[in-house]
Ligand binder design. Structure first.
Ligand code: GTP
Ligand code: MG
Length: 286
């Protein structure tokens, strides 16, 4: 299914500003962490970041693995390893995951400090910034690292704009993330981004989104629909929606079936992982 309207007209207008902000912040740090969503790793990766980062150290943090298809997550892990892209896969609501990231950042801090010592410099704290497109978990990430350290938040003098830093024993973290725009170059990127909540779903008609989702589930995860709704999908979205609306008692003014409400419900169930673990993109298929 193809949609004619560009669903993310929001982004181009803000791209220049976001780019400027990121470029300014990048100068302040040693390590750039890009958060992406495990359910759509291609679409949630920024297309330009690699070029902006240049020779700085970078780490990909793949969030929300608790909502993603485990098999596809494994494929991505293999892919990153083979391509020497440093990545950690996490559920940011899980303490163990946060520890994993923390240890990873400490490895980078150690590397930097060893370099400093080699050059005869006094070793200093690694400086880290977090980037990512909307809703990938940037704030959750920063808060969990900050809470763990119960670090004070304070101004670091000497920059034109006072930046807030979170200090830990091994590294300093910029407390405001850089917001990036998504990768729209692959097939149906806008739809997938709406389905995982990275762009406002109002941008696309809910009916279209739900149709895409149901057809995708039927093709890729045939059991999930029946398991959740106890309804068979007979290759006909309208028919499925009708059966669903009747079953759920979604009525408009107590008479007509309220399909909008039904679509909303299905989309929310999906976004919250209530149908099961679903990934919308595999490695190498956009
Ligand atoms: N299940 C699950 N939910 C997560 C995870 N990480 C973040 N979330 C949820 O995702 C939503 C968005 O997280 P935020 O931390 O606000 O994301 P953000 O990138 O700061 O979003 P913006 O500020 O809008 O750009 C919240 O409801 C989080 O609880 C994760 O690993 N697993
Ligand atoms: Mg945030």
């Amino acid at each position: 299914m193809k949609m004619n309207n560009n669903p993310i007209n929001w982004f181009p207008g803000h791209m220049a500003k976001a780019l400027r902000e990121i470029q300014e912040k990048i100068q302040l740090v040693d390590l750039i962490i890009e958060l992406v969503d495990a359910r759509a790793i291609n679409s949630t990766s920024n297309p330009l970041l690699k070029d902006i980062i240049k020779n700085k150290m970078s780490l990909k943090v793949v969030s929300k693995i608790d909502l993603a298809d485990e098999e596809i997550t494994l494929q991505w892990q293999k892919y990153f390893k083979e391509n020497q892209i440093d990545a950690v896969f996490v559920n940011l609501n899980n303490k163990t995951s946060v520890n994993t990231i923390n240890n990873k950042i400490k490895e980078y801090a150690k590397k930097l400090q060893e370099k400093d010592v080699k050059r005869g410099l006094k070793p200093r704290n690694l400086r880290v910034m977090v980037t990512g497109i909307p809703n990938v978990g940037k704030s959750t990430f920063i808060n969990s690292l900050a809470k763990k350290r119960s670090a004070g938040v304070g101004n670091k003098p000497g920059f034109t704009k006072a930046q807030q830093w979170i200090h830990t024993k091994d590294y300093d973290l910029l407390d405001t993330p850089g917001v990036l725009w998504p990768n729209l170059s692959n097939n149906d990127a806008g739809i997938k981004l709406a389905l995982i909540g990275c762009v406002k779903s109002e941008i696309l008609p809910n009916m279209e989104l739900a149709k895409y989702a149901i057809e995708f589930l039927d093709a890729n995860y045939p059991n999930l629909l029946y398991n959740k709704y106890m309804l068979n999908y007979e290759k006909d979205f309208s028919k499925f929606l009708e059966k669903y609306a009747i079953k759920m008692g979604h009525l408009f003014k107590k008479q007509e079936l309220d399909y909008e409400r039904s679509c909303n419900q299905i989309l929310n169930d999906l976004k919250n992982g209530l149908l099961g673990k679903v990934s919308w993109e595999r490695v190498n298929n956009g």
